[in-house]
Design a protein. Structure first.
Ligand SMILES: [Cu+2]
Length: 358
């Protein structure tokens, strides 16, 4: 698991244990020798080291995808003008570990599930290219951050082909992206989801913050079965966390120091369920629904985020401790919609983090 922080991971908690399920906290939990948690990763080092697993979605894997397991690669974002960026992503098939000895053959963007965080600036024209490495299935990209014709610019890209689409990111905020190929439900449930953040550097959020993280909630269906998806009862949730440092996505642990003001870019990429987003032990001093500065709320305990919705939340951590970042719908938290923010005096990880309480 040594590189687990460098790729997006899918981590599932056991029904019996409320435990961390983000990349960094997996390490913490292991170090702390707590009750073992069920974890998952799209990381190939992990794959190589694990014993032979069984795909939980075995019955739904297409024969041509059976031997595919493409390595995670970073999203390519190249600025070609003051207000123009080229973004290139792949659609592919990647093994995702959903529990010890249990694999999910996922459809992914860039070999990650959820896919990589994309960051652009307000007003940018995005030239988006999707390289479809899947040998059998069409895929596409639906960015919630743009105004465009879906039929033209969210169009399918055929297997082993690529397509380029152009649109503008006019609205600041935190948005979902997903594959929009029919049946959309299946492409979303199989892992083709992620987060795009549109920043406004000319008019940033008013508060100065010490730490920024991207937190992404997702749903999984261990059968891979369309009927289960239609019934909207996920077997697992995940809460992935990525650091944002100097505007770039990093992989440092989910930590803060006492007195820090923390900003979370939260996005609910799950297929169907709303999420009651909450951080144990604090109050959201400032909330911007969908990350838009005009949607400003104060003093919120929990924020209801619809499927596909997002929010920017800010709070200050005043004491040391382990702060659960979770859906307060506890059926979801018990199935994995929980991560843990470690707060220490110096902002460094302790050898033995204390147990979360709620
Ligand atoms: Cu797709």
């Amino acid at each position: 698991m040594k590189k687990v922080g460098k790729v997006a991971t899918v981590m599932m908690t056991s029904m019996l244990v409320l435990s961390a399920c983000n990349t960094t906290n997996l390490k913490l939990e292991k170090n702390a020798k707590k009750t073992p948690q069920v974890s998952a990763s799209a990381n190939h080092d992990t794959m190589e080291n694990m014993s032979h697993g069984k795909y939980v979605n075995e019955n739904t894997i297409l024969p041509t995808q059976k031997n595919m397991n493409e390595k995670a690669t970073p999203v390519k974002i190249k600025r070609i003008g003051k207000h123009e960026v080229n973004v290139t992503m792949t659609s592919t098939v990647t093994d995702v570990q959903v529990a010890p000895d249990v694999l999910y053959k996922a459809w992914t963007f860039n070999g990650e599930a959820p896919g990589p965080v994309v960051i652009v600036n307000k007003g940018d024209t995005i030239n988006f290219t999707l390289e479809n490495h899947d040998p059998t299935v069409n895929h596409s990209m639906d960015f919630h951050a743009v105004h465009t014709s879906p039929t033209k610019n969210f169009a399918d890209v055929k297997p082993n082909d690529k397509g380029t689409f152009t649109y503008k990111a006019s609205n600041v905020g935190v948005f979902m992206y997903h594959c929009g190929t029919a049946p959309v439900m299946m492409h979303i449930a199989n892992g083709m989801v992620g987060t795009i953040i549109v920043k406004d550097n000319a008019n940033p959020y008013p508060n100065k913050v010490d730490k920024e993280y991207v937190v992404v909630n997702n749903e999984w269906f261990d059968s891979g079965n369309a009927e289960d998806m239609k019934n909207g009862n996920p077997s697992h949730y995940t809460m992935n966390v990525r650091e944002l440092a100097n505007g770039k996505v990093g992989d440092t642990p989910f930590v803060a120091k006492v007195g820090d003001k923390v900003r979370l870019y939260f996005e609910n990429v799950g297929m169907s369920q709303p999420v009651s987003f909450h951080v144990v032990g604090t109050v959201f001093d400032d909330v911007y629904l969908d990350g838009n500065p005009y949607n400003h709320l104060k003093g919120m305990q929990s924020v209801m985020i619809p499927a596909s919705g997002g929010a920017v939340v800010e709070f200050t951590v005043v004491e040391e401790g382990t702060y659960s970042v979770l859906s307060h719908q506890f059926d979801q938290a018990m199935k994995g919609s929980i991560a843990k923010l470690i707060v220490t005096k110096d902002g460094k990880l302790p050898a033995q983090p204390d147990a979360a309480k709620h």
